[in-house]
Design a protein around this ligand. Structure first.
Ligand code: DC
Length: 226
């Protein structure tokens, strides 16, 4: 499916910890749009490769394993549920173990091409809030509304720490900000689909904003476009 026909998209991009997930899900609810968490897809592909015991340095095997997984993402009362081959991996994909290995998959052209295909098929079904790193630049370049969420490194590290704490996931507090910086570096400098603000995306710096304020800002922007 060519991207030029898929326009009913509110694209939300930005670095790790800018608050995208919470905000994007809520915005989708308020607008009555479907919600597509593409980070969860890269996480699911990573978990799947680990679970299948794939050599993480074998790019072809990673792509093959990704195409072989049956990925099902559903909205439920508790938020989004991620299921691979019938197994609920909603919690498992958020662990630091998975996070540390994502770059092996998200730098892989064949893995990306396949996941982009799934993302476009989802977006083509109707109005969608699509959240990720390359929504406005690569996957949905014709999106009706594009937002780029950013926040200072310190604030993003604080948010990630709170998220891990609330989920009872063990983490190394001292390493957190370095980890996020390293992930920024990887996301922004990779050869394929690097994280960057699309020329026509509205920049929202969320460092000093509450989630509610960010949500209201994006909903207001969207209502001008639809
Ligand atoms: O948003 P997140 O932390 O769940 O994303 C997980 C990883 O997936 C992140 O390190 C970058 C990658 N990603 C990507 O390359 N492209 C996307 N559209 C979404 C996420």
């Amino acid at each position: 499916m060519g991207p030029e026909t898929i326009r009913d998209i509110l694209a939300i991009d930005g670095p790790a910890g800018a608050g995208k997930s919470t905000v994007a899900r809520r915005v989708a609810e308020m607008l009555g749009f479907a919600f597509l968490d593409t980070g969860a897809m890269y996480r699911a592909a990573t978990w799947n490769a680990m679970h299948r015991g794939i050599d993480m340095d074998n790019g072809d095997a990673l792509a093959e394993a990704t195409r072989a997984m049956v990925l099902d993402m559903r909205e439920s009362q508790q938020g989004q549920t991620v299921i691979v081959d019938g197994r609920d991996i909603t919690q498992a994909i958020r662990t630091p173990d998975v996070t540390q290995r994502i770059a092996k998959l998200d730098h892989n052209a064949a893995v990306r091409a396949y996941l982009v295909e799934l993302q476009r098929a989802f977006g083509a079904r109707g109005r969608t809030v699509a959240e990720g790193r390359d929504m406005g630049t690569v996957v949905f370049p014709y999106a009706r509304c594009k937002v780029y969420l950013d926040a200072s490194l310190d604030e993003r590290a604080r948010r990630r720490a709170r998220e891990y704490e609330s989920k009872g996931i063990a983490f190394d507090a001292d390493a957190l900000s370095g980890d996020i910086r390293a992930r920024d570096e990887k996301d922004m400098t990779r050869a394929i689909a690097p994280l960057r603000r699309a020329d026509d995306a509205v920049l929202v710096d969320t460092s000093a904003m509450t989630s509610e304020e960010v949500i209201d800002t994006i909903v207001a922007l969207a209502r001008q476009r639809w």
